[in-house]
Design a protein around this ligand. Structure first.
Ligand SMILES: C[S@@+](CC[C@H](N)C(=O)[O-])C[C@H]1O[C@@H](n2cnc3c(N)ncnc32)[C@H](O)[C@@H]1O
Length: 372
């Protein structure tokens, strides 16, 4: 796509610095125009998920807008525009000779099938929740105040859980827990596990399903998340071996053989305090495991699309939560060194980076007293 913008640009003379490069202006106009189209379409992609349009298209390839309206009972005029936008976005294909639209199977795995390992449509539900917080964020810029996880639109909790569940299913046992020496064997033998900042209990419940001999407790300061986590666990048939309670990362009781923090440590107001508190509740030979967003050690190493997603989502969710708890906010791209430093400051100088995947890194430490 090219845009003739030369004429007005030629007249612009920067007050100082190099001449304006019209080609560079044109290139960046195309980039921002594309980003604006993508941003507008995130609303439609969210509606596709919320209204079941992706699954309706997946089960009826080659649908016209009229046929989709009949099947869904939704207004044809909206559907016609929605379909046109998805075809322009490259999310679906369009056959001009028949006026029919198709969601390719490969795309359906990402947008329509929540059990698919690459399902991502719920990410748009999270974006919808973030937009509803934008005025609060603007206030935060002016005051430095944070926004607690509990203050967010409820679409954040459901969207987050649905977005990360496929990731957890694919990596929790096979990549993360397996990267810690001897841990899976202990879980199979039966140990006491605590999940701090458990949210809707995605990881807690998945671990309980994988390790029937072990017992699991999930704690979170957010009562609504804990309420939903109980429902999820009961619905997954492990309600008898998993319990959830409303606790802060520094207020739970009991001793555990494994304490986990999944995508939570960097959200906390006091990550070092939480690690030190966990140290007091780790049984001899116990493991403390934190799964965090993967990142390089420096900003320049994180200047790529995944870095953008982690920085932007961390900006609106993780940083405000930590600020709300009086913290400095590690941010979602803290990287191995800063996270290992938090472990060391929390009393685990020999914590290790166990593995790094495209999305995550696993940092773990064993209780010092009786290292086996
Ligand atoms: C990004 S979510 C991760 C949820 C869950 N671990 C998962 O992976 O699906 C962060 C969670 O940490 C919880 N949280 C934030 N600050 C906390 C604190 N100080 N104590 C306990 N939980 C906290 C939030 O309520 C939220 O559920």
């Amino acid at each position: 796509m090219s845009i003739d913008i030369t004429s007005p640009i030629d007249t612009i003379k920067p007050a100082s610095g190099p001449e304006v490069d019209p080609a560079r202006v044109e290139e960046f106009v195309v980039k921002v125009a594309t980003d604006l189209g993508t941003a507008h379409n995130s609303v439609l992609a969210y509606l596709g998920d919320r209204l079941g349009l992706w699954s309706a298209l997946a089960s009826h390839p080659g649908s016209t807008s009229a046929q989709l309206a009949t099947r869904t009972g939704l207004a044809e005029r909206y559907l016609r525009e929605w379909l046109a936008a998805q075809a322009a976005a490259g999310y679906i294909t369009y056959e001009p000779s028949t006026g029919a639209f198709t969601l390719p199977f490969e795309h359906a795995l990402v947008l329509a099938d929540p059990d698919s390992p690459v399902f991502m449509a719920a990410g748009f539900e999270v974006v919808a929740a973030v937009w509803s917080t934008v005025d609060h964020l603007a206030h935060g810029y002016a005051t430095g105040e944070g926004i607690g996880w509990h203050e967010h639109d409820s679409r954040l909790f459901t969207g987050f859980e649905r977005f990360f569940r496929p990731v957890y299913r694919g990596a929790l046992v096979s990549e993360w827990l397996t990267s810690v020496p001897g841990l899976v064997a202990k879980l199979e033998a039966g140990i006491r596990v605590l999940d701090v900042g458990c949210g809707l209990g995605t990881a807690t419940t998945l671990m309980a399903q994988s390790f029937p001999a072990s017992t699991f407790v999930g704690v979170d300061y957010h009562d609504e998340s804990v309420r939903r986590a109980r429902i999820e666990a009961n619905g997954s048939g492990v309600g008898d071996r998993v319990s959830f309670a409303v606790h802060d990362a520094t207020s739970y009781a009991g001793d555990f053989d494994l304490i986990c923090l999944f995508d939570t440590l960097h959200d906390l107001g006091d990550p070092v305090g939480a690690l030190a508190y966990a140290r007091e509740h780790l049984a001899e030979g116990g493991w403390l495991v934190a799964v965090e967003p993967n990142a390089g050690e420096s900003l320049e190493e994180n200047l790529h699309p995944l870095g953008l997603t982690w920085y932007a989502s961390g900006h609106s969710l993780c940083v405000p939560n930590s600020l709300d708890q009086g913290g400095q906010a590690l941010g979602a791209q803290a990287g191995p060194k800063r996270t290992l430093q938090a472990f060391a400051d929390g009393g685990f100088p020999s914590a290790q980076l166990m593995t790094q995947t495209m999305l995550n890194m696993v940092i773990a430490a064993q209780s010092e007293t009786t290292r086996s």
